[in-house]
Write a protein that binds this ligand. Structure first.
Ligand SMILES: [Zn+2]
Length: 250
């Protein structure tokens, strides 16, 4: 069972691990910082090295466990390796992903618009929501609101919560727990704002009244101040009653 390091520590970019299993051009490690594609966040890229040999990690996917796709014949099981993330790419994903949480929260608060999908990249992001149509004034409201939340340098924290508690306590507009498979009994909660620590913490340190709280297994920055300046770059109609909003960070 792979120890998933990025769930508690999103800032580590280099780690030591042992190859547990090889399947074709893919390896399973005993521990990893590599994020697999999921939840609208792309997979990490980077390298594995062992005894002077370097492999490029070309893709990372989660199935029964986390598989690292390599560019060449993989190292044997039992090999000690050093993993290193392409940090510029990962850090961009963390900034965009955290901005997406702020956008989802703002759209609910200001427009009663529920997020239906999202995709972040290292240089842009888009979010789909249930809304008729945003006009230019709405887009300005969204952009100004996001930049205020960035300027507020709100702490971002994450912790584990059992599913039963989550079903009782989480806002169902923000997290569709009913859509999660039954096999998920522990949820990883990400909350932004309110009085409390930043980064990984215990549930006891949860804020009484955070700006946003949702279940998410992605990676995030520890302060909204790390997101940077948000520019809403456009909108388009998606389906019969959906809107897509695009944004970029600088
Ligand atoms: Zn997230």
């Amino acid at each position: 069972m792979t120890e998933v390091l990025y769930l508690t520590d999103s800032s580590t970019r280099r780690f030591e691990a042992t190859v547990e299993r090889v399947a074709g051009d893919r390896v399973v490690l005993d521990r990893t910082c590599f994020y697999p594609a999921g939840g609208g966040q792309p997979a990490d890229a980077g390298t594995l090295t062992a005894d002077g040999t370097e492999w490029a990690v070309t893709d990372v996917a989660k199935k029964d466990t986390i598989y690292h796709m390599l560019d060449d014949d993989p190292p044997e099981p039992g090999t000690a390796v050093v993993g290193e993330l392409d940090w510029d790419r990962r850090h961009a994903h963390m900034r965009y992903h955290t901005a997406q949480h702020l956008l989802s929260g703002l759209l609910l608060d200001e427009f009663a618009a529920q997020t239906t999908g999202n995709q972040v990249y290292a240089d842009r992001a888009r979010l789909d929501c249930d809304y008729d149509r945003f006009d230019d004034g709405d887009l300005a409201t969204i952009e100004d609101g996001l930049n205020e939340l960035v300027d507020d340098e709100l702490p971002v924290r994450w912790y584990e919560m059992d599913r039963e508690t989550a079903e009782a306590e989480l806002d169902t507009d923000r997290t569709r727990i009913d859509l999660l498979p039954d096999s998920i009994t522990e949820l990883r909660i990400v909350e932004i704002g309110g009085v409390g620590p930043a980064g990984a913490c215990d549930r006891a340190d949860a804020a009484a009244d955070p700006y946003d709280r949702t279940a998410c297994a992605g990676t995030h920055v520890e302060s909204t101040g790390d997101i940077g300046t948000v520019t809403v770059t456009g909108r388009e109609t998606r389906g019969s009653d959906g809107e897509r909003v695009r944004f970029e960070l600088a």
